[in-house]
Design a protein around this ligand. Structure first.
Ligand code: AVJ
Length: 311
């Protein structure tokens, strides 16, 4: 192996492959360095960004009805649980035996597990620190419980539709025959509302999007000029998805780890899709992944759905 090859990690090569593709892209996981996670927390507080507060309002107001579907003697598994705040909206009325938050950040998980154990002494918390794509393996002692997955935040919308179905099929295998999944799903709606939610006046979403360049500069030891890019987000109503990009303001060229990266003036680097579903689309997701749609709980303005799919 020559010196040049030896100096590039797989992660660096994956990012460079994205920046060399016909349609350049950066994986959305690179939004979430520390600064990006803080920026996302700011986004959830924005007036224009309705999904988070709308979902929390549904969880809070419908937790008793949701509790009726989540059998006692059960465990709740939350892939990508982060700081485990949303589950608390359910714990007032749902008393699972065990809560299994999974996340890549062991530090986040440990702090959350301690906080939850203090607040809910009756709840057993079994944190799993692993990559999102790793299968969630539960100890034998938990196998007899009814298993439910909690997957809020409309994160399901960041999968391409076929990948969303593949993910749900995995979850169907995980929960077995007497479980289910509680999904947060942002709904298809008018362009104006959706455009505003991803193009806020204060420019926080723009900063969140541009920050991904700051993050990959650190990983690639590169100096991609952030000032030569601008945030670009639009609602593709035909595909029913928000598309986020970084648009180049000028022709630019970089030599990164020995690889030449050329970006034309006006060229778009794709950073995220955020699919929005109709209620029929949610039913289709259920049917194609082996679940049965039991219930959609919507807010009064019908912006968002918390949906329970049973196995
Ligand atoms: C956390 C991925 C659901 O897609 O709405 C917020 C991320 N991107 N503003 C979303 C996001 C721009 C958010 N998810």
């Amino acid at each position: 192996m020559n010196v040049k090859e030896a100096s590039i990690s797989k992660e660096q090569q994956d990012i460079l492959d994205g920046l060399s593709a016909e349609q350049k892209f950066i994986n959305p996981k690179y939004f979430y360095n520390h600064r990006g996670s803080k920026l996302f927390e700011k986004i959830t507080q924005l007036e224009e960004y309705y999904p988070t507060r709308t979902e929390l309002g549904i969880l809070q107001s419908k937790s008793k009805e949701i509790a009726e579907l989540i059998s006692p003697d059960s465990i709740i598994i939350e892939p990508g649980a982060g700081n485990c705040t949303k589950i608390e909206y359910l714990l007032t009325d749902i008393h699972p035996n065990v809560y299994v938050p999974q996340d890549v950040s062991e530090e986040f998980l440990q702090k959350s597990a301690e906080r939850l154990s203090e607040r809910y002494p009756w709840l057993e918390v079994y944190p799993i620190a692993s990559d999102f794509s790793d299968p969630i393996e539960l100890p034998e002692v938990y196998q007899h419980f009814a298993k439910h997955v909690f997957y809020p935040g409309s994160t399901i919308g960041n999968f391409e539709p076929e990948d969303a179905i593949a993910f749900l099929k995995e979850m169907h295998k995980l929960v077995g025959s007497n479980g289910g999944i509680l999904l947060g799903v942002d709904l298809h709606k008018d362009n104006e509302t959706l455009h505003a939610a991803y193009n806020d006046e204060q420019g926080v979403t723009a900063e969140f999007n541009l920050n991904t360049l700051r993050h990959i500069n650190q990983i690639l030891e590169a100096d991609i000029n952030i000032n030569q890019f601008e945030h670009h987000a639009l609602y593709n109503s035909e595909q029913q998805r928000i598309e986020m990009y970084l648009r180049s303001k000028s022709g630019q060229g970089y030599n990164i780890l020995g690889q030449s990266i050329e970006v034309a003036k006006g060229e778009l680097i794709h950073t995220e899709h955020s699919y929005k579903y109709t209620l029929d689309g949610i039913e289709e997701l259920a049917e194609k992944s082996g679940f049965e749609l039991q219930k959609n709980w919507l807010d009064e303005e019908e912006l968002f759905s918390v949906s329970y799919l049973s196995s």
